[in-house]
Design a binder for this molecule. Structure first.
Ligand SMILES: Nc1ncnc2c1ncn2[C@@H]1O[C@H](COP(=O)(O)OP(=O)(O)OP(=O)(O)O)[C@@H](O)[C@H]1O
Ligand SMILES: [Mg+2]
Length: 322
């Protein structure tokens, strides 16, 4: 069993409703016809998502994110454990009602247009007539695909298809969004637009649960995270609590570095690394920063920048999830 890094659980005073509850969820696949083999995709995963939060579900390829999400959505049956959406046990048609879902690879019938597809999804959720038509146009505009609303899906790029899938998740005005890799296939501008959209939707009162590999997005956006590795939870909790506040290392960027300066710094035990146009003196421990600066200045090096490095989600991910 992997040791789990767990931030303090939300305080007992956190009375926000649990919209997702996952308890010891497990999924085992049997693969191979003659050479049968068991794949333990999800091995007892538990977490909960509260109303109004943005929750990140992280993990490297094959960690079990999509499998967990499919069980949550009632698309595949768990081998063990249980899940609840809005307090109702999964699977239940009732529990799906208030959810906008973006699958990992959204399938959109190639001869439909985004407008037709999104209208069809809205219609399946019980929307009709003028309300459906105007809501469809609103969400297509929101995800930035209105200009291609009447182009057949088979003529859309991957990013445009992803945006169509997002519009379909939003059309029924759901209380919660469950998004499997919402930034996948998007260029940097597209990713920023989806990030902004997620914030906007949260501000409108929606709860957002999404999976991703893009750590910087999670760090900037999420209130809480669960990180999976090989089907198990390895890190779980509030981002602010999980990331250590202390300085891990200070990077001193210097130029005009003589051989004497690098020799003196190395002799004093500092790592000196050459990068394009600058040298970087890596100082572990805040108390030695003064000493490194003094040696560099005594040797007439020019100090360009002093950059304290705090732990990022990427450091945590590398430490715990790989
Ligand atoms: N239908 C299936 N049959 C057999 N094995 C499966 C099946 N679906 C998933 N798996 C296996 O379960 C494990 C978890 O896969 P899953 O798709 O949940 O990972 P993921 O975290 O979503 O990865 P990615 O980041 O690449 O999307 C993998 O080892 C995968 O090969
Ligand atoms: Mg996946």
């Amino acid at each position: 069993m992997t040791e789990t890094v767990q931030a303090q659980p939300p305080p007992a005073t956190d009375t926000r409703e649990r919209l997702i509850e996952v308890k010891r969820l497990r999924k085992t696949f049997t693969v191979g016809l003659f050479n049968r083999r068991i794949v333990e995709a999800v091995k007892g995963v538990s977490f909960d998502v509260r109303r109004g939060e943005i929750f990140g579900f992280l993990g490297p390829n094959g960690a079990g994110k999509t499998t967990s999400i499919k069980m949550l959505m009632g698309l595949i049956e768990p081998t063990g454990g249980e899940a609840f959406l809005f307090g109702r046990r999964v699977p239940s048609a009732e529990s799906r009602k208030d959810i906008g879902f973006l699958p990992e690879n959204p399938y959109v019938y190639p001869y439909l247009t985004p407008r037709e597809f999104v209208e069809m999804c809205g219609n399946l959720s019980g929307m009709k007539g003028r309300t459906l038509r105007s809501r469809t146009m609103d969400v297509l505009t929101k995800v930035g695909i209105a200009y291609a609303a009447d182009r057949q899906v088979r003529r859309l790029s991957k990013g445009m298809l992803q945006r169509t899938g997002l519009a379909a998740a939003l059309v029924s005005d759901p209380q919660m969004l469950i998004l499997d890799e919402p930034m996948s296939g998007l260029d940097p501008v597209g990713r920023k637009e989806v990030r902004d959209l997620i914030f906007e939707e949260r501000d409108l009162g929606r709860t957002i649960f999404f999976s991703t590999h893009i750590l910087s997005d999670v760090e900037a956006m999420c209130d809480r995270v669960t990180i999976l590795r090989q089907g198990e939870v390895v890190v779980q909790g509030e981002i602010r609590q999980l990331l250590r506040g202390e300085v891990l290392r200070t990077d001193i960027f210097v130029s005009d570095v003589s051989d004497g300066a690098t020799a003196a710094l190395t002799e004093a035990g500092f790592a000196v690394v050459q990068r394009p146009g600058v040298w970087v003196v890596e100082v572990t421990g805040e108390q030695r920063v003064d000493e490194a600066l003094r040696i560099a200045m005594d040797h007439k090096a020019h100090i360009v920048e002093v950059a304290p490095r705090k732990e990022t989600l990427e450091d945590l991910f590398m430490r715990r999830a790989l």
